[in-house]
Each structure stands twice: as structure tokens, then as C-alpha cells.
Design a protein around this ligand. Structure first.
Ligand code: FA5
Length: 349
């Protein structure tokens, strides 16, 4: 048998099979069998080189004709079958336009981010600018400029995580207070800033202690700032966060960088100060530490304490959220459990 008769035989078989095809899948298989890289027609074309030279032109022409004919028929059939498939699905698939749409699954702010946002808005209305600072700090800013010299026992209170370094004393900031000095060094009074951010302490974790948590520092320095300003600002924050009837309590506390120093609390909004599970029966929710900026701190950044006074405070963000929503374990904020986090979704506007 010559290659030309081979081509004729192949055409008969291929066309017979093609005429029996009803589906796209069958058409694709057919195309692979005859026209694909390992297909029959390809094999025929490859065999041309083995023919005697005088037979090659005729055999080559026959094989090429066969290939383009089969290809054309295949394309035609494929287009027909695709169109038919579309027609069938258009006729059978129905869309019920009255069905309610599916809620898109959009993310929500982490409760810590949402609380920082809420506090920033509250403070912005009182003229405070939000600034951010480094989480890797030096002992100079974290302690020295805050009136805590290297031999001061208060340095131990902050359970510091140090970073090995030959140069300076490098550490993960234990509070947001180092930004007090950084901001004052870069600013001429008046100063009115808040500093939200992460803080780190080498601390055993329990329901109210994390080794990594967030604080929000506040600082105001000017010529006539008094303790009454501190009290007014913190009372306003308490009311904005927990409701208009809230009262604020100040008690003496010690922080080396303020004098006098206080801890401050809001009366519990859940039980109205009577005592409940959230406020641990005390009627008060602790918000953080505060006080009037110590003259040594002002002096350390080049401010004249005879001319300027100021107040500073530091809030624990996770603890604020716990109080506001009755969360009983601070560790819940860091485990990324969507069942917990999605409860803080703010309604979409
Ligand atoms: C300070 O860190 C001071 N820098 C606050 C301050 C600023 C005082 C300015 C005066 C002037 P303290 O260590 O108490 O203070 O921490 C402040 C708040 O951080 C606490 O009230 C608490 O809400 C939160 N906090 C402290 N330790 C942890 C912890 N391990 N886990 C979660 N929250 C914590």
C-alpha cells in the first residue's frame, strides 16, 4: 500500500467517526486521535521522509490535504456543538431574580484597631493629634528620659524584653511612654498628642495579662495645664466610650515620670457602679495610669519646667475593650478565632 492510499483509508475512517460525534468531549477526543501531536495524520506526515523521492510530492500533497480537510471539519463541528450546548443551557437554566442576594463576606476591623480608631476620633475632637513611635526602643527613651535612671528599682516593674546588642541598651518598649520624650524633643509647646501602639513585657500570660498588648499614651504640655485639664479630658473619654452618665475616679499611684501620679477608673456602665461580674463587684473599671509630667522629664527634653506644665496618661487598649464589651480573657485578642472577632463587626453604613 502507498502512503496516498493510506491517506484515503484514514480519511474514510476519520470521517465515519466524525459523523457519529454528538458531544464536545467526543469531538475533542477525535481531534486528539487524528490531528494531535501523536495522532494518525501527524504520524502519516512524519512517515513521508521514508518514501522514495519520486513518491514524496504526491504523498505529501495527499497528507497535507487530508490534514487541512479534517481540521476544517473539526473546527466546524466544534463550533456547532458549542453553540448547541449554549442553547441547551439557556433553555434549561433559569435564574430566579426574586431570590435575596448573597451577603458578601467582607472583613471587619480587629477590635484593637477599632478601639484605637474610636479613641483617635474622641481625642481628635479635643485637639489631640495621633502619632506613632518605634516598638524597638533604647533604654534612654524607655527609662532614662522618663526619670527612671539605670539604678532605679522602678526599672524592674516593667519586665523588660531586651535585645542583645553591643552598642546601646536596646529593648522592646514596655509602654508607649517613651514617645513622650520623642514628641517633646521634636516639638515646641503646645503639645497635644496621643500615641497608640504595641508594647511588650516579659510577663506570664493569664486572663488579664498578655506579653504583647496595646497601650494608648496621651500627652499635653503648655503654659497653663493643670490637673483639672487631665481630669476633664479623661472624664470626657470615659463618657464618650461608656455613656454620658459616667463618673471618673482618681487615686494616688506612683509612676516616676509624673508627679502627682494617679490611676484612674470609670464607674461601671454595666451595673451603674453597683458591682457586677464585669467590674469584679467593685463598681469601677480601671482604665490606666496618669499624672502631671514630672519636671525632670520636661528638663530632660529641654523644656523649662518653670514655664511649662503638662499631663500624661497611658491606657491599656485590650483592657478598655474588655470593659466595654465584657470580654473576660485578654488572650482572646491574639488567637485569631473568627467566632470571637466577628462579634465586633460594626454595622455597614
Ligand atoms: C504604664 O505603662 C505607664 N506608662 C502609664 C502611664 C503613662 C502613667 C503616662 C502615667 C503617665 P502600667 O504598667 O500600669 O503603666 O500600664 C498601663 C495600662 O496598660 C494598665 O492599666 C493596663 O490596662 C495595661 N496593661 C499593663 N500590663 C498589661 C498586660 N500585661 N496585659 C494587658 N494589659 C496590660
Amino acid at each position: 500500500m502507498t502512503l496516498t492510499t493510506d491517506a484515503a483509508g484514514l480519511r474514510t475512517v476519520a470521517l465515519q467517526e466524525l459523523s457519529a460525534i454528538c458531544t464536545l468531549a467526543e469531538a475533542i477526543t477525535w481531534e486528539r486521535t487524528y490531528l494531535g501531536p501523536k495522532g494518525e495524520v501527524t504520524r502519516l506526515l512524519r512517515g513521508l521522509g521514508e518514501l522514495p523521492a519520486d513518491q514524496r510530492p504526491d504523498a505529501g500533497r495527499a497528507a497535507q490535504e487530508l490534514r487541512s480537510d479534517l481540521q476544517q471539519r473539526y473546527s466546524h463541528l466544534r463550533a456547532e456543538l458549542t453553540a448547541a450546548k449554549l442553547q441547551t443551557s439557556l433553555a434549561t437554566d433559569t435564574v430566579d431574580v426574586t431570590l435575596p442576594g448573597r451577603q458578601p463576606n467582607i472583613g471587619v476591623d480587629h477590635p484593637v484597631s477599632a478601639m484605637i480608631e474610636e479613641l483617635s476620633e474622641i481625642f481628635a475632637l479635643m485637639g489631640f493629634q495621633t502619632v506613632f513611635g518605634p516598638e524597638v526602643e533604647t533604654g534612654h527613651y524607655n527609662f532614662d528620659l522618663l526619670n527612671i535612671p539605670s539604678d532605679h528599682p522602678a526599672r524592674d516593674v516593667w519586665d523588660t524584653i531586651f535585645i542583645e546588642s553591643d552598642e546601646a541598651e536596646i529593648l522592646l518598649r514596655t509602654h508607649t511612654s517613651p514617645m513622650q520624650a520623642r514628641v517633646m524633643e521634636a516639638t515646641t509647646p503646645p503639645v497635644r498628642v496621643i500615641v497608640p501602639g504595641r508594647t511588650y513585657r516579659y510577663e506570664a500570660q493569664d486572663a488579664s495579662h498578655e506579653w504583647m498588648f496595646h497601650q494608648l499614651e496621651g500627652l499635653a504640655v503648655d503654659e497653663t495645664i493643670t490637673m483639672a485639664d487631665l481630669k476633664g479630658v479623661l472624664r470626657e473619654v470615659g463618657r464618650q466610650l461608656f455613656g454620658p452618665d459616667r463618673k471618673v475616679r482618681f487615686r494616688c499611684d506612683y509612676f516616676p515620670f509624673v508627679e502627682p501620679g494617679v490611676d484612674f477608673a470609670v464607674d461601671c456602665a454595666i451595673c451603674d457602679g453597683v458591682g457586677c461580674r464585669v467590674c469584679k463587684q467593685t463598681g469601677w473599671l480601671e482604665m490606666g495610669g496618669a499624672g502631671m509630667v514630672h519636671p525632670n522629664v520636661l528638663r530632660g527634653v529641654g523644656y523649662d519646667p518653670e514655664r511649662y506644665t503638662g499631663f500624661a496618661f497611658g491606657l491599656g487598649i485590650e483592657r478598655m475593650i474588655m470593659m466595654k464589651y465584657g470580654v473576660n480573657d485578654v488572650r482572646a485578642f491574639a488567637v485569631n478565632d473568627l467566632r470571637f472577632l466577628s462579634q465586633f463587626a460594626r454595622p455597614m453604613l
